[in-house]
Design a binder for this molecule. Structure first.
Ligand code: FAD
Length: 435
């Protein structure tokens, strides 16, 4: 499906060596029509150093042959990966295993990494203000702030979360460890319950993988315990038959799945979750995932123009449909059909967006046929893995991405060989985004 293509740069000022391999992977060709080059002192400001933002920062530098000044603003001390974080809950990996420093972006690519938050963006003036005070001007802004958890979607959850009673751990970090501690403290014979919001949400298979990880830990350490999956969706949203088979065979009597369970409220005193229709459920460890939306800086900037939750973009360039010269990518965007909110997809978005941003700044033709790829691996225990994969092509007539017929697919069943692939996928994508 993926073609290796030659980059055509005409008389532009950019070298090609650094670009060839990367561009081929996303179908992101850069074509110079006018022989233009990036004006001196051009700056791209990247907001958010997660999967989307870190990749975009690096690739704008690569695609512009280091000509564009790239400033990345990210509040985190280091990049902590959500993929593989469920294995920290299962006890198979540590936080150190899923953490990568940001200094590779500076040392290897000359990205200027600023540890801060962007507190406001002025699309008309093309400036952003940092929480610490300074204002940064940009020619193009790439916004990849991930998701915001809509705590108010589940009554009582905000307070329960603030008290550390009912956690999400849907952004990897200290909460991942805190949830692990709750599991460790739970008595044998206890119940862990995870609630899942209606799709779309970050990482469709993530909650089901988490249920497997918790069950795997229980099987070894607390075999009388139970895992309840309380899903607002009518059925398992990703790899359904594969997960159900694992639950029936590997975790029989331990994992129970209940569809159409939309959480409406929690009571932290009694560790109870209430549903729109069904009876209350009490659990020893409650892991309640509320509905999600684009990261708050995107919402606050007026970019969340799809259901007031997600950011509409022109899929050819990832430019916001609400503001010129702001390109939104990753989990924050309004998805095209069958496009998951995943790290792999954010990484793919980033390369297409980076190529488009560089092309527009240099006055080159933007690639009219970008492609995206996705693979999501799920560990069903400490070693065995299942995957789902897909290839997405831009369909000009419909101005959207669609999956390529016959591309991708799912595993036949869990294998340890796929476990090796999954771990290698993680190390490769961390290197691709950050080193
Ligand atoms: C448990 C779990 C397991 C997962 N497993 C997989 C998997 O196996 N495979 C897969 O492909 N995907 C997986 N995902 C999904 C994946 O983590 C997300 O889709 C991915 O992180 C999205 O990338 P992003 O860049 O949009 O957001 P993020 O990676 O969350 O990055 C957003 C960044 O923006 C920063 N930020 C936010 N606001 C501001 C601001 N105002 N100023 C500056 N910075 C800001 C944040 O600090 C953050 O670092 C999983 C998710 C979870 C929760």
């Amino acid at each position: 499906m993926m073609q290796r293509r030659q980059l055509v740069l005409g008389g532009g000022a950019f070298g090609v060596a650094a670009l060839a391999g990367c561009a081929a992977d996303t179908g992101a060709i850069l074509t110079s029509t006018a022989g233009g080059s990036v004006p001196a002192k051009t700056r791209v400001l990247v907001v958010g150093g997660g999967y989307g933002g870190a990749t975009a920062a690096k690739y704008v530098r690569l695609f512009s042959d280091q000509k564009i000044d790239v400033v990345l603003v990210e509040p985190g001390d280091a990049f902590v990966s959500c993929p593989i974080s469920n294995l920290v809950l299962g006890g198979y990996r540590t936080m150190a295993d899923i953490t990568t420093r940001y200094d590779g972006l500076a040392k290897n690519h000359g990205v200027r990494v600023i540890k801060d938050m962007v507190s406001s963006i002025d699309p008309a003036k093309k400036t952003a203000v940092l929480a610490s005070g300074p204002t940064i001007a940009y020619d193009k802004l790439i916004l990849a702030p991930g998701i915001d958890l809509m705590f108010d979607g589940v009554q009582g959850l905000r307070a329960a979360q603030a008290e550390g009673r009912i956690l999400q751990a849907w952004k990897a970090g200290p909460e991942t460890l805190a949830l692990r501690r709750q599991l460790e403290a739970m008595p044998d014979g206890g119940v862990y319950a995870i609630t899942i919001p209606e799709a779309p949400y970050r990482c469709p298979p993530g909650p089901y993988e988490r249920a497997c990880q918790v069950a795997s830990y229980f099987k070894a350490a607390k075999p009388k315990s139970k895992v309840l999956i309380l899903d607002a969706n009518p059925d398992v949203t990703s790899k359904g038959p594969l997960f159900k088979k694992v639950w029936a065979e590997q975790y029989a009597g331990m994992i129970e799945y209940r569809g159409q369970h939309k959480a409406s409220a929690v009571d932290a005193r009694t560790n109870t979750v209430k549903f729109e229709v069904h009876d209350d459920v009490k659990a020893d460890v409650l892991n309640v995932l509320p509905p999600m939306r684009a990261g708050s800086i995107a919402v606050q900037t007026g970019l969340a123009n799809a259901n007031a939750r997600w950011c509409g973009v022109n899929y050819l360039t990832f430019e916001s449909t609400a503001a010129k010269d702001i390109h939104v990518l990753g989990d924050s965007i309004q998805i095209a059909p069958a496009m998951p909110k995943s790290a792999h997809m954010a990484n793919s978005h980033a390369k297409v967006a980076a190529a488009a941003v560089v092309a527009e700044l240099a006055g080159w033709e933007v690639n009219t046929a970008p492609m995206l790829t996705n693979t999501c691996y799920s560990f069903v225990d400490g070693r065995s893995v299942i995957h789902v994969a897909s290839v997405h092509e831009y369909v000009a007539a419909e101005k959207t991405f669609k999956t390529v017929a016959g591309s991708g697919g799912v595993s036949a069943g869990p294998t340890e060989q796929e476990g090796t692939y999954a771990w290698n996928w993680a190390r490769t994508i961390w290197a691709d985004a950050l080193l």
